[in-house]
Write a protein that binds this ligand. Structure first.
Ligand code: HDD
Length: 751
């Protein structure tokens, strides 16, 4: 009876059942396997959730098991309902006074639907807004049991975890591969309550006192007038602050090093930054620094690669993490501890352990592994889990205590406070992702978004009405008891200790520990960032800071900026390098590395098949790159010349001469017409692919005519890390060895 509805249904009917859904992507052609896109007409029983699609198993604040069960309960039943559970006949049309008439205010379904949508977004995190996360498990070796009574660090303990990685400066929608510090925050759902290790991929911080946090973040965030640049430190306000506030020098130097642009979250180290205090069963205390060591090794991008990725795939890190977990290539890190005697002065070999701009070189205090973290499950809902997870440095368990690091003290306030705005009230610990797995029996009541239905009449102590419950615990019943550390007698001051005043010796140690290639990258990064500053005075001041780290660093950056290099204003520190700080010179597993195999219809397709299988067998990911989509002989083309960009690959194999693509970017004949399959390796997109891979220090192998592609891409066949052989599998053998070193370091000028 309704003509508009009938017309719409007719259109829908034509779309149903002919297979032209997004599955096949070829309009008008039924896809070979694609099912009809029609909605099911009859209600189905909800499918049982896959094991990896449920929320964490948690317990509610009242001790009731909830988690996965409750998440399932939140969306159950076969019929669409409103938020009150009433079934709905139509959610596509507003209620109107006639099909062409005005929409009626009485449409309560419309109002509920739009009202809820209007409030879908919550404030993003003021820092670390952009992140990606995964569930996993932490298996303890028991090697820390002598120094801490924390139950999750006892031998063979297994603890569920949720880990969120992040950039610091950018907004939620910014790019992944910007030059920035990365967050590495781990929530351990231990049997004694939640323990959060809220760390970064850089072991030092910009400031020594939390009262400076608003300053450093205001300086790093985009300029307040135009709100640019996004997610970058390459601008005046950042460099203005860090050159005036020289305790930021060490962290800034790490940012300008390759650590500022990690290859993947999976290849990042993590650090607890502060010195914490471990408490043993006998009450003995030990100072500690926490480290995460990636099993795949520490590996970074090169700057040009990072910049290209920001356009080509802004979700590069997020995708890499999720893809690896989905493929079963679970990322792993070992948790390690550096321990120091808990002496009254809290220094170790002259290094002030309360100063978060300091590291303790691993050569002075080795990192001892205490457990293994495996990330093995992707979140099933980004908002519910990754966005709503709330970390807090004050989420501590018995056996792990804090120190008087003034940066840590301010953090103990900030993380709780920020959740009130971000998550809308004080009950955020009740969100499924934040719920402890240990039973909760607090006397916190009411407040916005209270989801617990508390029982009992006496949420106060002492009480007699609830039989005196809950009871307080003692040392023997697992209570968290602060270690009775003596407080130094002093007077109230707004000041810092003398030992916090050395801002240059630790940066100098870092610089001296870098390989020539890493130094070249650091020089390039400073030159790039400072050249983006408009204020000459800021660039000059930055050079004065660099002069106090190292004259060569200062001189090279000065040359790049076209400015004179100043003299140091403090004596250069006499420090030993720490080889452990360099990412170069190690060999790592090649699991999960991506090998692009370029071929055309005239290439050695049998060889491509053989090498593809060998790549897979080696635990790496082969991607066949062809001129256009579809197949190349027996092979499925996974990337085309049009969508393959070098940044996706860790190594390239060139299997014979790829045909020239026939789109607008392909080669042309004399008349300017596309020249398909001309047989000449002149397709500019392949040239770009190969020359970029070469420039970025990636291993390249060629056989069966692939040499011609090298030549056309201006890549010398005898350059380091370029392998020309007789077969793909022979090339792969050498490539695998090169991949173990992460990059062909010899290709960079400094080497
Ligand atoms: Fe922070 C988030 C790490 C100093 C205030 N911080 C946040 C996150 C990480 C860190 C990884 C993201 C957590 C997540 O994924 O949800 N922050 C650090 C490290 C620091 C540090 C390693 C120094 C050692 N932070 C720091 C200070 C303050 C804050 C000194 C404030 C005085 N940080 C916050 C915050 C955030 C935060 C505003 C924003 C969102 C959140 O807490 O939950 O409270």
């Amino acid at each position: 009876s309704n003509p508009i509805k009938r017309a719409a249904e007719k259109v829908a009917d034509t779309l149903r059942g002919d297979g032209t859904g997004p599955q096949d992507g070829i309009p008008g052609k039924p896809g070979p396997e694609s099912p009809a896109v029609a909605e099911p007409t009859r209600p189905r029983e909800p499918l049982p959730p896959k094991p990896d699609q449920t929320g964490p198993d948690t317990v509610s604040p009242t001790g009731q098991p909830t988690g996965a069960d409750q998440a399932r309960f939140a969306q159950s039943g076969s019929y669409l309902t409103n938020a009150q559970g009433t079934r709905l006949p139509d959610t596509d049309h507003s209620l109107k006074a006639g099909p062409r008439g005005p929409v009626l205010l009485q449409d309560h379904h419309l109002r509920e639907k739009v009202m809820h949508f209007d409030h879908e977004r919550i404030p993003e995190r003021v820092v670390h807004a952009r992140g990606a996360a995964a569930h996993g498990v932490f298996q303890s070796y028991g090697t820390a049991a002598a120094v801490t009574k924390a139950a999750f660090l006892a031998e063979d303990e297994e603890t569920p975890v949720f880990v969120r990685f992040s950039t610091v400066l950018g907004s939620r929608g910014s790019s992944d591969t910007v030059r920035d510090t990365r967050g590495f925050a781990t929530k351990f759902y231990t049997s004694e309550g939640v323990f959060d290790l809220v760390g970064n991929n850089i072991p030092v911080f910009f400031i020594q006192d939390a009262i400076k946090f608003p300053d450093v973040i205001h300086a790093g965030k985009p300029h307040p007038d135009r709100e640019i640049p996004q997610a970058q430190s390459a601008h005046d306000t950042f460099w203005d602050f860090v050159t005036l506030h020289t305790e930021a020098t060490h962290h800034t130097l790490w940012n300008m090093s390759d650590r500022g642009i990690p290859r993947s979250y999976r290849t990042m180290e993590g650090f607890g930054v502060h010195t914490f205090r471990l408490v043993a069963a006998d009450g003995g205390t030990t100072l500690v620094k926490f480290h995460w060591k990636p099993k795949l090794g520490v590996h970074s991008l090169v700057w040009e690669e990072a910049q290209i990725i920001n356009g080509v795939d802004p979700d590069f890190h997020r995708r890499d993490l999720a893809d690896a977990i989905e493929a079963g290539a679970y990322p792993r890190w070992e948790l390690g501890i550096q321990t120091f005697p808990d002496t009254p002065d809290q220094t170790f070999q002259g290094i002030d352990l309360l100063d978060p701009t300091n590291i303790v070189p691993e050569e002075l205090a080795p990192v001892r592994p205490v457990g293994l973290l495996t990330l093995n499950r992707n979140p099933s809902n980004f908002f519910a889990e990754t966005e709503q997870v709330a970390f807090h440095v004050g989420h501590l368990v018995p056996g792990i205590d804090i120190t008087d690091d003034p940066l840590l003290a301010g953090r103990l306030f900030s993380y709780l406070d920020t959740q009130i705005t971000r998550l809308g009230g004080p009950n955020f610990p009740q969100l499924p992702i934040n719920r402890p797995h240990a039973p909760v029996n607090d006397m916190l009541r009411d407040g916005l978004h209270q989801t617990a239905v508390h029982r009992g009449a006496a949420p106060y102590r002492p009480n007699s009405l609830d039989g005196g419950c809950p009871f307080t615990a003692g040392a023997d019943t697992g209570a968290y008891i602060e270690s009775p550390v003596p407080v130094p007698e002093s007077t109230k001051v707004r000041d810092a200790p003398e030992s916090f005043a050395d801002h240059f010796s630790q940066p100098r140690r870092f610089w001296l520990s870098m390989s020539p290639v890493e130094r070249e990258h650091i020089i390039g990064a400073y030159t790039f960032e400072l050249s983006k500053c408009y204020e000459q005075a800021i660039r000059e001041r930055a050079l004065r800071v660099l002069a106090n780290i190292d004259p060569e660093l200062c001189a090279e950056v000065a040359t790049g900026l076209g400015l004179p290099a100043p003299e140091p204003t403090v004596p250069l520190a006499d420090v030993e390098p720490s080889p452990a700080l360099s990412q170069v010179g190690h060999t790592w597993p090649t699991d999960g590395r991506v090998v692009g195999i370029v071929s055309g219809p005239d290439g050695d397709l049998d060889g491509v098949r053989a090498v593809r299988d060998a790549v897979l067998e080696g635990g790496m990911v082969p991607l066949v790159i062809g001129p256009v989509g579809g197949t190349l002989g027996p092979l499925t083309v996974q990337r085309t010349y049009a969508n393959a960009r070098s940044v996706e690959f860790d190594a390239l194999l060139l299997a014979g001469t790829p045909a020239v693509g026939s789109d607008a970017y392909g080669a042309r004949d004399a008349k300017g017409l596309p020249a398909p399959s001309a047989g000449a390796p002149t397709d500019p997109r392949v040239g770009l692919l190969v020359s970029e891979a070469f420039r970025h220090g990636k291993a390249i192998g060629a056989w069966a005519g692939g040499e011609a592609v090298l030549a056309a891409s201006a890549v010398p066949a005898d350059a380091p890390g370029v392998v020309v052989t007789t077969s793909g599998t022979a090339a792969l053998e050498q490539l695998t060895r090169l991949l173990g070193e992460h990059r062909v370091w010899d290709r960079f000028a400094a080497a």
